[in-house]
Design a protein around this ligand. Sequence first.
Ligand SMILES: Nc1ncnc2c1ncn2[C@@H]1O[C@H](COP(=O)(O)OP(=O)(O)OP(=O)(O)O)[C@@H](O)[C@H]1O
Ligand SMILES: [Mg+2]
Length: 231
Amino acid sequence: MSERVSTGVPGLDDMLNGGLIPGRVYLVKGAPGTGKTTLAMHFAMAGVSRGENVLYVTLEEPADNIKQDFGKMGFDVYNSNFFLIDATPTTERYVLLEDIFETFAKNLEKLTDAILEKFGAIHFSRLVVDPITMLKMTSSTELDYRRAFLKFIKTMMRLKVTTLITSEMERTDVEEYLVSGVIELRTFEIKGVLERAVKITKFRGSGFDRVIRPFEITDRGMVVHPDKTLF
Ligand SMILES: Nc1ncnc2c1ncn2[C@@H]1O[C@H](COP(=O)(O)OP(=O)(O)OP(=O)(O)O)[C@@H](O)[C@H]1O
Ligand SMILES: [Mg+2]
C-alpha cells in the first residue's frame, strides 16, 4: 500500500484503509457541534507530533478558545510547529489585526494567496481551514466560488500539503465534487440518547469502509469504533 497520512483519530484511519492520501484536499462536513474542529485538531496534532509544521486557519472560533479547549484535552497547542492563524472577524481584531482578516478571511482567493505566501518562508505538511463556510458566502456567484475553490485545490496539491477543510453547510455540492474525499459527521437520537457517527462518502484512489461507524468525544478527544455498528 502507498504511504498514507494519519487523521490522528483513533479508529478513523482503519475506515480509510490506512489514512488519507498525501498532498490532497479533504472535506469534513457536519452540523454544528458534530466534532469537525475536534477531528481537524487531531489531524493537525498528528503532524506536529511527527515534527512537521502545521498551518491551521480558524475562521469562526477564536484561536484563544481553541488553545484553551484543546489544550485541556491534552493537545500540544503551544508547540512551535503549530501555526494557528486567527482569521475570525471580531470587531476588536478587525481593528488590531486588520491585515490578517483582510488576507485570510476576505475571500477564498485571498486565502489561497495568503497561504501560498506563508509557504514562501516555511513548508507545511498539513493545512486546516476551519470552516470554509463564510468564505463561500463572500463569493458573488456560484461559478466564482467554484473557480476559486478549484484554484485553492490545485494550489494546495502543487504545494504537496495534505489539506483538511471543514464545512457546516448542508449543501456542499461544489466542495464535494472537487475534493478528493468527504468525511461526514452526524448525530443521531437513539432511545433518547444523542449518538455520534462518522460516514465516509467519497475517497478517490482508495477503498474505504462503507459502514457508518459510531464515535465518541471524550475529554481526550475523538475515538472512532471501526468494529462497531450503530444498532
Ligand atoms: N470533554 C468532553 N466530553 C464530551 N464531549 C465533549 C467534550 N469536549 C467537547 N465535547 C463535545 O464535542 C463537541 C464539539 O465539537 P467541535 O467543536 O469539534 O464541533 P464542530 O463540529 O467543530 O462545531 P461547530 O460547528 O460549532 O464549530 C460538542 O458537542 C461538545 O459537547
Ligand atoms: Mg468547529
